[in-house]
Design a protein around this ligand. Structure first.
Ligand code: ATP
Length: 372
């Protein structure tokens, strides 16, 4: 499933050079984006970057100040929300407190004047989908946060929109429930084959669920790619730092040797060797080298002379997370970096301790170069 890599695929939603202004403020700034049928698409970005505004324009609650949004090739300009095959599930689930679960789910279908039998069939189908059959007669106040979230989802899905927009759908849930519900949402989306566009500021959530992620900043899209590409090949320093943990080593380019970049950095005594052949760089250019903490190794013994990418330092502190241990290492340059190590067995003989002299290493292909 990768319609975005097919140049002939027709997007379900096309956002073309859209700008949205509120007075002087620019919420969305010349933004273009294609979303394909059946995609689980996440809009990810810090607070205020314009995610919700973009969603509200797709839903029809706001009109673009400039540019155009089309669905299956037809412009949506002037089409009111209820005439769009798009449904939006809001952050506050806005369930009707005086209606039972099944009445909540049936509400929109009744308004649309569907026959009674059809409504009952769809409500039954939705209750099964979100696993709330046993709670059909309860009222919202008698449900947990996670159950309410599922009712809201069922209600939004019951109308069978082509596109479901979800604004921070899991924001109200605690961490554990949120993680479980992420997988449920993916399963439901998969089963229905519907297009989901989810707004979140939680990068782990986006990584877990999305087919593709659009990372937004200041009303613009900075990168659209699969979670793997965003994490392994971030385009900018902002993305590298926003998605996952990262160490940034600053330096300048010495040149290229056998297809590998040589970079002088204060973080290491010897020039660094980086395998990032797609970058076009010139000598003396200032660059940032991004290395994820789990792609670095930490050892007590000095690596052999001639080893690549050796950073000497002292263990500043150690955090034990159960599945991982995080070492913060103060490099000889004074910079502090993070190295994580998976705890693969329960006992570690002679573990590295606070204040020890250590060497951090990483392979040339563990790093990416970001032009400054
Ligand atoms: P959050 O994650 O905090 O919800 P967001 O990325 O969804 O943020 P938006 O709600 O789209 O961001 O807001 C983008 C910018 O536009 C913000 O600076 C916000 O203050 C501004 N904005 C949004 N709606 C309006 C409005 N109705 N009137 C004026 N300014 C607005």
């Amino acid at each position: 499933f990768a319609p975005w890599s097919d140049p002939h695929a027709v997007p379900l939603i096309r956002v073309e050079n859209v700008t949205k202004r509120f007075g002087e403020a620019i919420a969305v700034d010349h933004l273009s984006l294609d979303i394909f049928e059946g995609e689980f698409f996440c809009l990810l970005g810090p607070s205020g970057c314009g995610k919700t505004t973009l969603m509200r324009m797709i839903a029809g609650f706001e009109e673009p100040s400039e540019g155009r949004i089309a669905l299956a090739g037809k412009s949506l300009a002037g089409v009111p929300p209820y005439r769009r095959p798009v449904n939006m599930m809001f952050q506050s689930y806005a369930l009707f407190p005086h209606m039972s679960v099944e009445k909540n789910i049936a509400f929109g279908l009744k308004q649309d004047g569907l026959p009674k039998g059809e409504i009952a069939a769809r409500v039954g189908e939705m209750l099964r989908l979100v696993q709330l059959e046993k709670l059909a007669r309860r009222y919202p106040a008698q449900l947990s946060g996670g159950q309410r979230q599922r009712v809201a989802l069922a209600r939004a899905l019951a109308k069978r929109p082509k596109v479901l927009l979800l604004d921070e759908p899991l924001g109200a849930l605690d961490k554990k429930l949120r993680e479980e519900t992420q997988f449920e949402l993916m399963d439901i989306q998969h089963e229905l084959g519907m297009t989901f566009i989810v707004v979140t500021h939680d990068q782990e959530e986006a990584m877990t669920m999305a087919d593709r992620i659009a990372v937004m900043d200041h009303g613009r899209i900075v990168q659209v790619a699969t979670p793997g590409e965003i994490y392994e090949q971030p385009k900018t320093r902002f993305i590298a730092e926003f998605v996952g943990d990262v160490n940034i080593l600053e330096g300048h380019v010495l040149g290229q040797e056998q297809g590998l970049w040589r970079v002088r950095s204060s973080a290491a005594a010897e020039p660094l060797t980086i395998d990032d052949p797609d970058e076009v760089l010139h000598q003396d250019q200032a660059v940032a080298i991004a290395v994820r903490p789990e792609k670095m190794a930490i050892q007590r013994d000095r690596p052999e002379a001639g080893s690549q990418n050796v950073l000497g330092g002292e263990v500043w502190d150690i955090g034990y997370l159960g599945d991982w241990t995080v070492y913060r290492v103060k490099l000889d340059s004074g910079a502090i970096i993070r190295v994580t190590r998976a705890n693969r067995s329960r006992y570690v003989e002679n573990p590295i301790d606070w204040d020890e002299r250590v060497y951090v290493t990483f392979a040339p292909d563990a790093a990416v170069i970001l032009a400054e």
